[in-house]
Unconditional design. Structure first.
Length: 247
């Protein structure tokens, strides 16, 4: 497949991810929605379903929909990112670009879907929380550690899926995302995906959201750097215990 097809697949897949993922947060966090105060468990399951949909949409390109996954495959020594897509500098940048563009577009459509509720809600923190993550206790080193660990688990287990006898595909990744959320999502809201956090944060910055407040750029690098490091280390570690079928 061409790099243009890769870009489109990753863009549409990541857009679906952030539209549905940010959408469930909006449903829980914003005033006067049907799902208001639905709780963190609703958010984690919503993000799991969002990943499920995004993986199907981007299946043609290997469904990275996350720069940390792309980096993990690169560090893992993969020859191809998807069938017919060689690992090169050009293809790596195309994956990154598609993921970032898609994440931003998905967040814009989430805002459109909840426009009236954004206008009604008076809490700037709730509005930012729809788009991007933030720590429960702000501590740069520990927030970074949390994002590193969560993303390591995500990428490491995904790479294990590739070498194990399972046919669950997107469902397995969705369940994994829910599992990470309910276990490791408490401290930072578990971005575990640089595009998922940075793309919507950019959308928050430029959209005409009533009373939106700051986009919290001082924190924005943590859900980018932590996941990229976690993905890279997972890619390096996975071959050590990769499953090898008998015979």
């Amino acid at each position: 497949m061409s790099l243009w097809e890769v870009f489109l697949a990753e863009s549409f897949g990541t857009a679906m991810l952030t539209l549905l993922g940010c959408g469930v947060v909006a449903n829980v966090a914003l005033a006067k929605t049907k799902g208001n105060n639905g709780g963190f468990l609703m958010v984690t399951f919503g993000w799991g379903f969002a990943v499920f949909a995004g993986v199907f949409v981007a299946a043609q390109s290997g469904a990275h929909i996350n720069p940390a996954v792309t980096v993990g495959l690169l560090a893992n020594g993969a020859a191809e990112y998807a069938p017919g897509v060689a690992v090169t500098l050009a293809s790596t940048l195309v994956y990154f670009a598609g993921e970032m563009v898609g994440a931003t577009i998905g967040a814009v459509f989430c805002w459109l879907a909840y426009k009236q509720h954004f206008d009604e809600d008076l809490d700037p923190a709730a509005k930012l929380g729809v788009f991007s993550t933030g720590p429960s206790i702000r501590s740069t080193p520990w927030n970074l550690v949390t994002e590193f660990i969560g993303t390591f688990v995500l990428v490491f287990v995904i790479l294990m899926f590739g070498g194990s006898p399972n046919e669950l595909g997107p469902l397995a990744v969705a369940i994994l995302v829910v599992g990470i959320g309910v276990s490791l999502g408490g401290p930072t809201g578990y971005a575990i995906n640089p595009a998922r956090d940075l793309g919507p944060r950019i959308a928050h910055a430029f959209l005409p959201i009533k009373g939106k407040g700051s986009s919290d750029w001082s924190y924005s690098w943590i859900p980018v750097v932590g996941p990229l490091l976690g993905g890279a280390v997972a890619g390096l570690m996975a071959p050590i215990i990769a499953f090898t079928p008998a015979g």
